[in-house]
Ligand binder design. Structure first.
Ligand SMILES: Nc1nc2c(c(=O)[nH]1)N[C@H]1C(S)=C(S)[C@@H](COP(=O)(O)OP(=O)(O)OC[C@H]3O[C@@H](n4cnc5c(N)ncnc54)[C@H](O)[C@@H]3O)O[C@H]1N2
Ligand code: MOO
Ligand SMILES: [Mg+2]
Length: 410
């Protein structure tokens, strides 16, 4: 059994990011990974403009107050000033309006008194107050966004502001999903004795989509060598990465590793010291141009999710071209519950994380922590980690917890 941290490193080292780029409309690029450096030929702000509703002035005119000025122009946002301020003159201005020539400072209207075309400035502003100078946020030609960034709301806004109508993004990895097991039926089939629904297919598709990749579910594979061989070969022909669940332990019908070897894969990992999720096959198919990563996840539903969070997701993030942030998110938390583990494997116990004034708190989910029990994994958002070698952590202790869902304030 490979220790989890060694496995994590080994797996990331096996991944070469995809570097194919496609162009997508700016409105569709949320969550995508930028494929190229973005530069703009525009300065930000594009011109000197006002950050307040008020009056554009020459600072020298208002250094001593009260100062009376004559309003020579009104400049609503979107209009080009027509006049140049001379000494003793001011222009009425609004937030976002262009500064008129001659002005260098804005006085907010709360610090003025207006009478007809005369305005009295009551408080002296600092020089250049409330002026958003052209190019002070960004200068044309410089790097605006770097490749490998995940596009969020702020990035979409910047791309739009830079008039980047079509955005170069990395092609999303296609990830094939195979569900091995003679006992599996599809969600719409009646359940016979001994049968269960192939829920892993849905869990894995959801996780792959959440990671920004394209799930390619290829269905249920019977526990037979020929069928397993055919399914894996088909998956490799269609996808950048293949994930199967089940068939990786030591049972008589666990064929995945054997077939991978027969198909020419290099097997790097067979088991990790993690509970749940001990059986984990990590293999690569190496062709001249391309390396495909294969993850054989354990069939137990909780184990396959935990293995994905801990080991597959970082690899998929790296494959997607993300420049950083591949590692799972661990936080320090205080546990409200006693935690127990066997000590022989790094153990994850699921429950709820919430954020209070004293940081994160973890509460263990009620019910059995069996790797077959998906039911109490629902409504959880964190996994408490009991490190390798430890068997008991008392309530009130600091722990590390893996964040796997949205955390809210308590
Ligand atoms: N003698 C030993 N037996 C087992 C060991 C061991 O070390 N020695 N390890 C156990 C651990 S830990 C795990 S985890 C499982 C992993 O087994 P496999 O990956 O070979 O998975 P299967 O045997 O095919 O199935 C296990 C379990 O999961 C259910 N399953 C499978 N696929 C799905 C699916 N797509 N959706 C929902 N549920 C699924 C399956 O019905 C079984 O109940 O091995 C232990 N055994
Ligand atoms: O590793 Mo298994 O996932 O303990 O049940
Ligand atoms: Mg098995």
């Amino acid at each position: 059994m490979v220790p989890a941290s060694d496995a994590e490193k080994l797996i990331l080292d096996l991944v070469t990011p995809l570097d194919e780029t496609e162009m997508v409309p700016v409105g569709d690029c949320l969550g995508r990974v930028l494929g190229d450096t973005i530069r703009s030929q525009l300065d930000f702000p594009h011109w000197d403009n006002s950050a307040m509703d008020g009056y554009a002035v020459r600072h020298g005119d208002v250094a001593t107050v009260p100062a009376q000025l004559t309003v020579i122009e009104e400049i609503p946002a979107g209009q080009v000033p027509q006049k140049t301020l001379q000494p003793g003159e001011t222009a009425r201005i609004f937030t976002g309006s262009m500064l008129p020539a001659g002005a260098d400072t804005i006085v907010m209207q709360e610090n003025t008194q207006r009478q007809g075309v005369q305005v009295t400035v009551l408080e002296s502003p600092k020089a250049q107050a409330f002026v958003r100078k052209r190019g002070s946020f960004y200068q044309a030609g410089a790097e605006l966004l770097t490749p490998g960034v995940c596009v969020g709301a702020a990035e979409v806004a910047v791309l739009a502001a830079a008039q980047c109508e079509m955005v170069p993004v990395r092609r999303r990895p296609r990830v094939a999903i195979l569900s091995t097991g003679d006992e599996l039926v599809t969600v719409d089939q009646p359940l016979g004795p001994g049968q269960i629904v192939d829920s892993n297919r849905y869990a894995l598709a959801a996780l792959i989509a959440q990671t920004g990749a394209i799930p390619v579910p290829l269905g249920i594979v019977p526990d037979q060598k020929a069928a397993t061989r055919e399914a894996i070969a088909e998956a490799l022909a269609q996808a950048d990465m293949v994930i199967s669940s089940g068939g990786v332990s030591v049972g008589d019908y666990d064929y995945v590793d054997q077939i991978l070897a027969e198909l020419g894969a290099t097997i790097h990992i067979r088991a990790v010291a993690v509970k749940p999720g001990k059986p984990l096959t990590v293999a690569t198919f190496d062709a001249e141009e391309q390396r495909q990563l294969y993850f054989g996840l354990p069939g137990n539903p909780v184990s396959s999710l935990v293995s994905f969070w801990r080991f597959v997701q970082p690899a998929l993030r790296k494959l997607s071209g993300l420049a950083s942030g591949w590692a799972p998110t661990f936080v320090s938390a205080t546990t409200d519950s006693d935690l127990r583990a066997g000590g022989k494997r790094e153990t994850f116990l699921w429950g709820r994380l919430c954020l209070g004034n004293d940081g994160y708190r973890f509460t263990l989910a009620a019910g059995g922590h069996s790797s077959g029990n998906l039911v109490n994994l629902t409504r959880t958002n964190g996994l408490a980690q009991v490190p390798l070698g430890e068997t008991t952590i008392s309530a009130g202790s600091q722990i590390r917890a893996l964040v796997v869902g949205q955390v809210f304030n308590s």
